[in-house]
Ligand binder design. Structure first.
Ligand code: PGA
Length: 250
């Protein structure tokens, strides 16, 4: 028995028109059986409101794909974690696509994770290395540095409020998923690192794997002791495949 409740999160990215988002959320809510796994879907910002209406009364939780590190003020285009609170329970921070496209630094990601916790949200903080870093044998130290910045941002005493998603960049959307052993190696390294800051909280932190996760490979990841769930991209855009992954998680 896995002692941490598993978490399956769907990252919809910048996909789906409003009607399709509402339809997908409805199919997921309707198709979800009983189960212990936590289920989170993360639609684009404008669809959070219509999707939240569809999720009323279901156990599917709502997450955003990003939040600002700031609370309010002159930050054009940004959305604060406090604005998301009430609508969402979770928020993805530091996804590699934002690190790449919006030049988000480790330090900024740490501040975003802290802002999420301040606002009462659960941050799903993403880390992961490029193929060059992996090939150079530096994946563990690269991820360590990203995790250190997140820990510095949120503070050791609040570590237990975090979810960390290990998403190797080369596995995202590529169909080339990491091996379950690689996912476990990094997951175990992350937990070991968290233990040095807060040993009790480290055992409670959920560590997800993400990167071409599908119904076909989900079980192999979830069988790993330090993989507590999945952050799913492509396979979460169809209710059948997402629900299949959720069912595998239990
Ligand atoms: P993918 O995306 O499952 O399509 O690889 C995962 C993610 O980017 O969160």
């Amino acid at each position: 028995m896995h002692e941490r409740a598993r978490l399956i999160a769907g990252n919809w990215k910048m996909n789906l028109e409003e009607w399709a988002a509402v339809e997908l959320a409805g199919s997921i809510a309707d198709g979800l059986g009983e189960g212990a796994a936590e289920v989170v879907i993360c639609p684009p910002f404008p669809w959070l409101v219509p999707v939240s209406a569809v999720l009323q009364g279901s156990r599917v939780r709502l997450g955003a794909q990003d939040c600002s590190a700031e609370t309010s003020g002159a930050f054009t285009g940004q959305v604060s974690a406090t604005m998301l609170n009430g609508l969402c329970s979770h928020v993805i921070v530091g996804h590699s696509e934002r690190r790449r496209d919006c030049c988000e630094s480790n330090e900024l990601v740490g501040r975003k994770a802290a802002a999420a916790i301040d606002a009462g949200l659960v941050p799903i903080a993403c880390v992961g290395e490029s193929i060059d870093v992996r090939n150079a044998g530096n994946a563990v130290s690269w991820v360590d540095e990203q995790v250190a910045a997140i820990v510095a941002g949120v503070g050791a005493e609040r570590l237990g409020r975090l979810v960390i998603a290990y998403e190797p960049i080369w596995a995202i959307g590529s169909g080339r998923s990491a091996s379950p052993d690689d996912a476990e190696e990094i997951g175990a390294a992350i937990r070991q690192q968290l233990r040095t800051s807060n040993p009790g909280a480290a055992e409670a932190v959920r560590i997800l794997y993400g990167g071409s996760a599908t119904p076909a490979n989900a079980r192999a990841y979830l069988d790993m002791p330090d993989v507590d769930g999945l952050l799913v991209g492509g396979a979460c855009l169809k209710s059948d495949s997402f629900l299949e992954i959720v069912a595998i998680a239990g």
